[in-house]
Design a protein around this ligand. Structure first.
Ligand code: IPM
Ligand code: MN
Length: 353
């Protein structure tokens, strides 16, 4: 029995989560696994009513679950930063979800803004370090508001934090076992001569010692953004530090068709992970049954994979791919799908075999 904490969150979050659970239910019938869900109401509405984002007691509750399924966090009446830091980042740190996993796959039938690129060219995974670097929050401000104000926010990396991320990335590269079998480190070691150099050495040392079957490759992050556009087919698995990963995964989302299709996981391989669609809470579409649920459905698939239900996960991925290949969804954009949110969910669920 898998115990799943569900955080539908704000805006269209609850609508897309419904469709993800619908598809998961279909997969459970076919593959014979059991699960139970418990809902938590964290998000902007609750914050406005109670002033609470994610209380410590809730974290202790959530730790008792096997996994977390998140809809969206973000509310137009809450100042930016409060919910992001108070819920998303707090969860990542409290549960030590040290990997941000972002598959980047262009499904057949999906339009990419890249000229002359198709599904065979865009199929890679980004492993973003998810708790360290600038996100650690070390730094401060002095003489605030004066002409001499100084602010710092430091990139912090300890070797164990780099090593556990690197190990995850190498293992994933081996498991993917693609024809390229290559792990590209993305950093900026020509300028970040301390942090970058640490990543470069860990990449090489670990690869040489334990992963002789895997090719080692390196890109500076600025160059990587050019290659994503010019030659995405180069990549198999990318490993990178937190902030660079944040930036390049948004670029990656747009080349795979946009936020309507991009899913991700905040993963603690030894603990409780959290899976989510990358798109936001889309307040203006709330309650209209027009938002695209495919990213949330893919996130549910990733969640099942992490729970050991690999066949069910593959079946969901195939169903999403078949739905898109059918050409019956006119656009991935909200309100332009030519189908409602729940119809898309029904369609995917019907193809889970
Ligand atoms: C993401 C988001 C978050 C991040 C924000 C909302 C804190 O952009 O998951 O990529 O910066 O990591
Ligand atoms: Mn981001």
């Amino acid at each position: 029995m898998h115990k799943i904490a569900v955080l539908p969150g704000d805006g269209t979050g609850p609508e897309v989560v419904n469709e993800g659970l619908k598809v998961m239910n279909a997969a459970a019938k076919v593959y014979g696994f059991k699960y139970e869900t418990v809902n938590f109401d964290f998000g902007g509405e609750r914050y406005m009513k109670t002033g609470e984002t994610l209380p410590d007691a809730a974290i202790e509750d959530i730790k008792k679950f096997d996994t977390i399924y998140l809809g969206a966090i973000g509310h137009p009446d809450v100042k930016p930063g409060i919910l992001e830091v108070g819920i998303l980042l707090k969860m990542r740190f409290a549960l030590d979800q040290y990997i941000n996993l972002r598959p980047v796959k262009l499904y057949p039938g999906v339009e990419t803004p890249l000229k002359d690129k198709g599904p065979k060219d865009i199929d890679f995974v980004v492993v973003r370090e998810n708790t360290g670097g600038i996100y650690t929050g070390l730094g401060g401000v002095v003489q605030k508001g004066t002409p001499m104000e100084i602010a710092t926010q430091v990139m912090v990396y300890g070797r164990p934090v780099v090593e556990r991320c690197m190990k995850y990335a190498y293992e994933l590269t081996r498991k993917r076992n693609s024809a390229k079998k290559m792990l590209t480190l993305v950093h900026k070691c020509n300028v970040l001569t301390h942090c970058g150099d640490l990543w470069v050495r860990v990449h090489k040392e670990m690869g040489d010692a334990n992963y002789p079957d895997i090719k080692q490759d390196y890109n500076h992050v600025d160059a990587c953004t050019m290659w994503f556009v010019k030659q995405p087919e180069w990549y198999d698995v990318i490993v990178t530090e937190n902030l660079f990963g944040d930036i390049i995964t948004d670029l990656a989302a747009i080349i795979q068709g946009g936020l309507g299709i991009a899913a991700g996981g905040n993963i603690n391989p030894e603990g409780v992970s959290m899976f989510e669609p990358m798109g936001g809470s889309a307040p203006k579409y709330t309650g209209k049954n027009v938002i695209n649920p495919l990213a949330a459905i893919s996130a549910a698939g990733m969640m099942l994979d992490s729970l050991g239900e690999e066949k069910a996960a593959r079946a969901i991925d195939k169903a999403v791919s078949d739905v898109l290949a059918s050409g019956r969804i006119k656009s991935l954009a909200a309100g332009r799908m030519g189908m409602s949110t729940s119809e898309v969910g029904d369609f995917v669920a019907s193809l889970v075999k």
